[in-house]
Design a protein around this ligand. Structure first.
Ligand code: FES
Length: 185
C-alpha cells in the first residue's frame, strides 16, 4: 500500500487521471480495495462514491483480492471468433465459478481480460499473466483440472496453430450450446 500511495502522489491531481489511478491500484495491490479508493479520492479531490462508481463500471477492476491462480479469459474478437466463448463455458463448469468470481478459498478465479495483442495465439487465456493458447476444448478441460489440482501450468505446451472448427464438436456434446457458441450467458 505504501508503494501504491507513493506512486499515486506522482500522478497529476486531476479527475482525468482517475482511470490511471485505478489501474495503478490494481497493478500494485492486485485489486481496488476500499483503502485504495479512499486514497485515490483524496489525491484527485473526488468523493469515494465517484471513485467507486468508476471502479465498478469497468469490468477489469477487481474488488476482492486476486486468487492464487488467476485465470484471465480474453474477451477480444479474435479469441471469440475461434471458440473463446466455448472456452469460457468449459472453464466455468470445470473451475466451478463464473466469469468474474473466485473459486473456493480464493485458490483460483476467472476474470475478464481484453485483447492483449497476441491474437495469433487465439483462443487463449492467461494464467497468472502468462498467455496459454491456442487451446482446444479438450486441452481447456485438462488445463482447468490441473489448476484445480494445484498443479503448475506454466509449462503448458504452446502450439502456434489455430484450432479447427471440428475440435468443437465433442465439446458441444459435453457442454451444450448452439453451433455459433452464443448459447451460454
Ligand atoms: S482477441 Fe484475444 S488476444 Fe486478441
Amino acid at each position: 500500500m505504501e508503494r501504491f500511495a507513493g506512486l499515486l502522489q506522482q500522478l497529476p491531481r486531476s479527475k482525468g487521471e482517475l482511470l490511471r489511478a485505478l489501474h495503478l491500484a490494481q497493478e500494485q495491490l492486485g485489486w481496488v480495495s476500499k483503502d485504495a479508493i479512499r486514497l485515490i479520492g483524496r489525491h484527485l479531490r473526488m468523493t469515494d462514491a465517484e471513485v467507486y462508481g468508476a471502479a465498478t463500471f469497468y469490468a477489469e477492476f477487481r474488488h476482492s483480492p486476486p486468487p492464487k491462480t488467476l485465470v484471465t479469459w480474453c474477451s477480444g474478437p479474435s479469441c471469440r471468433v475461434v471458440g473463446g466463448d466455448r472456452l469460457r463455458r468449459i472453464l466455468e463448469v470445470e473451475l466451478g465459478c463464473q466469469l468474474g468470481e473466485n473459486g473456493p478459498d480464493d485458490e483460483w478465479g476467472m476474470w475478464l481480460g481484453q485483447c492483449n495483442g497476441t491474437c495469433e495465439r487465439a483462443p487463449m487465456i492467461w494464467v497468472n499473466g502468462r498467455v496459454v493458447g491456442p487451446l482446444t476444448m479438450v486441452e481447456t478441460v485438462k488445463l482447468a483440472r490441473r489448476i484445480r489440482a494445484g498443479e503448475d501450468v506454466v509449462e503448458w505446451p504452446q502450439r502456434p496453430i489455430k484450432i479447427a472448427p471440428a475440435t468443437f464438436v465433442d465439446a458441444e456434446a459435453v457442454y451444450g450450446g448452439d453451433e455459433h457458441g452464443e448459447g451460454a450467458g
